[in-house]
Design a protein around this ligand. Structure first.
Ligand code: ZN
Ligand code: ZN
Length: 417
């Protein structure tokens, strides 16, 4: 009991100290205060933030292979990228500091970058490769022990397999916020996409977004919704109107009269078509296809329609020739799942480093030696919960979180018994 009171008191004191120092930060030169507070030998060469937790300069491992955080408790290495691209990835991830950007936004940005650069994270690939045999073994056992499996139809087998896969991940890994990313990497994009010809085409497509990850995500989301063959009606004050106009500028959407007329008609409600042409038909059409055929047979159909609606309000996506949508989707999913796992790993490492920095400040301030961290593993995987939850480890330990890719073990300062 006393131990917990002490820990709570300690946390409270650390927070108070941080709030105080944050206020005085605003009055003084941030860089100077940051250096005094965190006693960092040097800040990263990419982040603009002054109070940067130092996870080291980007390190070249080999041609097109870079470690973005060599001083972190968990190194992240990317292959297939340039130094400049490694810097961009690091810069994006450094937004975890001081919550300067939401995790959603950072993950989206990272997804775009990973897909654009066609970058692979070596540690993520190793993690999945290590997990896969354990998952497959479990699935095989479930097939053997399930009497239904042996007599099931092909369709039922698909259904059962999906069930076994979910069970396997939960049994072997556990249920965390990134389980879904692991599932994608294990089953949906296996084997990891790698098709040179298509990769070149997709890179050309992604070049068009020139770094605008919001527009990229908007485009991909619409493609995934399956709306390529349809026209969308977007009024001038529509929330996404600007996105559509931006897509037109880069040649990935068309508008109004540039859209085949039949596609616009298809996007209208039958009720509206009947109404627009009511003075030419004896009775309403009950089937849309029939109504469209009738409209197309009218030589002045476009003029009639233009009297009722603004054709400029219609937009349609363009997918450049030679782009395989399934392949694009796979590459996007792969990048997205990888981005989630990298984000979790990077932020866990960041909090560990930040806690260690807090210890330095706190020890000095109160003249107390703190040599241990206590791990909260309740949001991490099965293995971490078993091995680390509520356990104390030395600050100098080589076993600081993250313990693996996607690890969500958090540390706090702990007093000794
Ligand atoms: Zn874990
Ligand atoms: Zn963990």
């Amino acid at each position: 009991m006393l131990k917990w009171l002490l820990i709570l008191g300690l946390i409270w004191l650390v927070w108070r100290f941080f709030l105080k120092s944050k206020k005085s930060d605003e009055k003084q030169d941030k860089r100077k205060v940051g250096k005094e507070l965190f006693n960092t030998s040097n800040t990263t060469n990419t982040a603009n933030n002054h109070n940067t937790i130092n996870s080291g300069h980007i390190e070249k491992i080999a041609d097109n292979i870079f470690c973005i955080n060599p001083k972190s408790p968990f190194r992240l290495t990317f292959k297939g990228i340039t130094l400049e691209q490694a810097q961009k990835i690091r810069e994006t991830l450094d937004k975890v500091q001081n919550y300067s950007e939401s995790s959603y936004r950072t993950t989206n940005k990272l997804t775009y970058l990973l897909n654009w650069y066609n970058a692979k994270c070596i540690e993520v690939e190793d993690f999945i490769d290590n997990l896969r045999p354990r998952i497959e073994k479990y699935i095989e056992e479930r097939k053997k022990s399930n009497p239904e499996w042996h007599t099931a139809s092909e369709k039922d087998k698909e259904d059962l397999l999906a069930e076994f896969r979910n069970e396997a991940i939960e049994h072997v890994y556990g249920k965390t916020t990134n389980t879904v990313a692991i599932e994608i990497l294990l089953f949906d994009v296996d084997p990891p996409p790698n098709n040179l010809k298509l990769d070149v085409r997709i890179t050309q497509l992604l070049n068009l977004f020139a770094g605008d990850e919001e527009l990229y995500n908007f485009y991909i989301e619409n493609i995934l919704l399956g709306t390529i063959s349809k026209a969308r009606r977007i009024s001038p004050d529509h929330y996404h109107r600007k996105h559509w106009e931006s897509l037109i500028k880069i040649g990935l959407a068309r508008q109004g009269k540039d859209i085949p007329f039949e596609i616009i008609l298809n996007s209208l409600r039958l009720k509206d078509i009947n109404q627009f042409f009511s003075d030419r038909i004896n009775k309403n059409f009950y089937r849309k296809q029939k109504a469209i055929e009738f409209v197309l047979s009218q030589p002045d159909a476009v003029e009639v329609l233009s009297q009722h609606i603004a054709l400029r309000e219609f937009f349609q996506l363009i997918v450049p020739e030679g782009i395989d949508i399934n392949y694009l989707k796979k590459r996007h999913d792969y990048a997205y799942a990888t981005a989630i796992l990298i984000y979790d790993t990077y932020s866990t490492a960041y909090y560990t480093l930040e806690t260690i920095e807090k210890k330095r400040i706190f020890s000095k301030e109160l003249n107390t030696k703190i040599r241990f961290l206590e791990i909260d593993a309740q949001h991490c995987c099965r293995d971490c919960q078993k091995k680390y939850h509520n356990k104390k480890i030395r600050i100098t330990s080589a076993n600081l979180p993250p313990h693996h890719i996607g690890c969500k073990c958090f540390v706090d300062l702990a007093l000794e018994e």
